[in-house]
Design a protein around this ligand. Sequence first.
Ligand SMILES: C[S@@+](CC[C@H](N)C(=O)[O-])C[C@H]1O[C@@H](n2cnc3c(N)ncnc32)[C@H](O)[C@@H]1O
Length: 435
Amino acid sequence: MSLSRIRELAQQILEDTAEIDSRLECNSLPSPSFGVNFTQEILEKSNISRARQAVLEATDELHALMLGPIGQLTSHSHEINLTLQALYRFNFATFVPLPDSAFTDVPTVTFSEIAQKTDLSESLVKRFLRHAMTYRIFCEPTEGRVAHTAASKAFATDEGVRAWVGLVGEEMWGAASRTVDAITKWPSSSEPNHSGFNLVHSTPTSVFDFLSSHPLRQSRYTTALSWFSSMPALSPTHILHAFPWTSLTPDSTVVDVGGGHGAISLALAAAFPALHFVVQDRAEIVAARRLRQEGPVEWMAHDFFAPQPVKGAAVYLLRWVLHDWADGYAVQILRALVPALGPGARLCVAEVVLPGPGSGSLFEERKVRSMDLAMLGFHNAKERDRGEWEELLRRADARFRLVEASRPEGSMLTCMEVGWDGGEPEDVGNEKSIG
Ligand SMILES: C[S@@+](CC[C@H](N)C(=O)[O-])C[C@H]1O[C@@H](n2cnc3c(N)ncnc32)[C@H](O)[C@@H]1O
């Protein structure tokens, strides 16, 4: 008799968790726990990625089956966003003591001591923290005393994690809550200032313009994005293998358009030291950097809607840039490159390529479709599938040609190599030309 789906899933979970335990044990690493000494690196740096992914997918399906159809519709908790926003805003984690070493007892603090430091009532502190504890963020080893778990310790000690939780709680969650209202108000708009973000923050400017006049929020956005980009699925290392960088002649120039703080160019420069890199971003992002040059990497303020000033570069890299913009604007960004493109120029466009519906794991597909809706709520923008990417390139200029699209294992982004079938770059006076 064949096994039911729930027993098939349970069987698979049993086998894959056994593999995880034995691999961790072989490396003298602990089995996953919520204990304060367990870290994300143990999961991510160990050789367990296949089995871990399989357990995540199987438990996700098993959980949905056990909830049942009504449970699937009604059991989602938006209140976790409320609690995470409160953890961020009131800094609860910093008032809970950290253990001195892995071998000492986990220290505790009372709800009332935390309340005194936050100026909130003890009752409110208790309500937020006890809700967080149901997600294993903090614990209460003896009644009335709060201690860290692995997750709350990560929140207390990792600035990038804190910035990410802050960005989601303070900016993105509110934007999501007003996205349907924004679509109702501006039904067929593709303007970046017609989003849930605009409604919730009562601002007429786009996210990037808004952040530029709010330096603390800009700095949180940048820290959060840098942290998020360092996650395994977005690690700069994927792009090292997904594009034929070794085919470039020494001294070639790569222009990293909308390159932020340059994490990708710095990683590429370390791997391919014979290449030169120009990282371009908005003036305030470039101004926030202490150095304008680090080895072969140079930073330049440039609005990517204006004609590209670096002419004749070998590669124009756009990583995770076009998904912030609706089609009309993404077309403008691509067209602004055209006057700079010489024979043989290539684009490297690294972005999510949405999978065909149900073509792979729903657990993985949910992540990129969530990202798509996050872009809608934040920028009135979107993620795209392969056909939409091809159409976008065609609309920008018929001389763009998608040569190759490859997604390295474990990468959220696909690297699209785009060829250029045009002639010499346009000669526009004294703009910078690369030899
Ligand atoms: C999602 S981030 C991606 C950053 C980087 N490429 C990466 O992969 O980590 C988008 C970047 O586009 C930049 N940006 C937005 N509008 C811009 C503009 N008009 N000109 C140049 N850069 C811009 C933002 O400042 C931000 O650094």
